[in-house]
Design a protein around this ligand. Sequence first.
Ligand SMILES: Nc1ncnc2c1ncn2[C@@H]1O[C@H](COP(=O)(O)OP(=O)(O)OP(=O)(O)O)[C@@H](O)[C@H]1O
Ligand SMILES: [Mg+2]
Length: 448
Amino acid sequence: MVGRWADTEEEKAADLHRKREKEEKKRRKVEKQSREQKEAYDAAELVEGKSDSTREKLPTDLPALTLEEGRKTILLRHVASEWGPCRHVDNFERLNHIEEGSYGWVSRARELGTGDVVALKKLKMDGTEASGFPVTGLREIQCLMQARHRHIVDLREIVVGSRLTEVYLVMDFLEHDLKALQEDMSEPFMPSEIKTLLIQLTSAVDFLHSQWILHRDLKTSNILMNNRGEIKIADFGMARQFGDPLPKMTQLVVTLWYRAPELLLGAERYSTPIDMWSIGCIFGELLTREPLLQGKNEVEQLSKVFELCGIPTEDSWPGFKRLPNARSLRLPPLRHNIGPVVRVRFPFLTSAGSSLLTSLLSLDPRKRPSAHEMLNHPYFAEDPKPKSTSMFPTFPSKAGQEKRRRVASPNAPRRGVAPSISASTDFSGIFTSRDAEATGPGFQLRMM
Ligand SMILES: Nc1ncnc2c1ncn2[C@@H]1O[C@H](COP(=O)(O)OP(=O)(O)OP(=O)(O)O)[C@@H](O)[C@H]1O
Ligand SMILES: [Mg+2]
């Protein structure tokens, strides 16, 4: 009896030991996989920032690696289990062209089998077949697969054409994008509508950030809207996953007018606040129908940012001087009125509204609210309350008939070398117009 008891105990202990070993092995394998995936991401990111002449060439830049090892390092992994063979694009009838962007051509199409109207985005393949599948396309697919949310455009499937370079994303079709729509509207959205739009946008961004995804190109033309007042974020060509600790990433992201100051100043480690800055720019644009900060180049963009949001100081943005492009900026003397003037620029906003906008446009990324914090901001709780989407007006769809009309605006950045802001860049004169002004809380005095 005693012997049998002892045997069973031993067996149990051995079983337990085997089980633990197995679990440990599994854990190590998962850890190794995620480490490899992260390294692959970082390597691909650096390729992107390094040169326009694509991934194939990178391994030769790395003397310590053989070509084969180099290729392995920049391989991006996919959630492959969810993929089967892709259908042919012939299953769709092209209805009309909508838009050519930096990374693809988008058209409206009908699925022959179901009659569903969809959007087809044909990925641009960097010009030549030899350069392989573009990293922006891979990221777009991977992030869209992961980002299933009611306010993020639904990726239905990937279809292919007859040639290797023909890869299409099939997405739900939405009638408008916020940029083209605003250009056609005679008045800006009403405050209650702006709140609804911002809540939808921010809830999608909150979800993305919780999934460790940065969008990195939030702007009104990448926000789609249907005729039921619902918006969905699109264009994940610049999106990528990030982690903790933050990896080094390229600064060549986000369309210039929506680009955060830390990116303009060359930060290589940045995080979710860059998307929150873009939301601030979108908020300002919704209020006036005009893009908020329209610089012609990086230097002018930065100067417009400083004019609106103030000059960075060690108090307002501790450590900004250590950013690569900040070291030798010539900034105005501190006797100038150097604070933000968001409140003055939007005098019709309530104080809760302008405090939200001012905080989104904080120069110091740490001072911007997270998407989650933004959703709980008092601005959304005060009157007028956010309008129900069912009460939104409907607008005639431009995408239904022809190419969407657009006032010229900058494209998403292309891969390549980020322009550095030169050592002699002089911002000292940008506040001369403020010299004769004194600003008080919520109003402005001009000395006559
Ligand atoms: N699902 C969709 N339904 C309707 N229109 C869409 C859809 N997806 C994209 N579009 C339209 O096509 C335009 C370009 O699409 P998208 O932004 O994905 O391409 P892109 O090449 O990455 O553009 P860019 O780099 O210039 O921002 C959008 O601004 C929008 O007007
Ligand atoms: Mg776009």
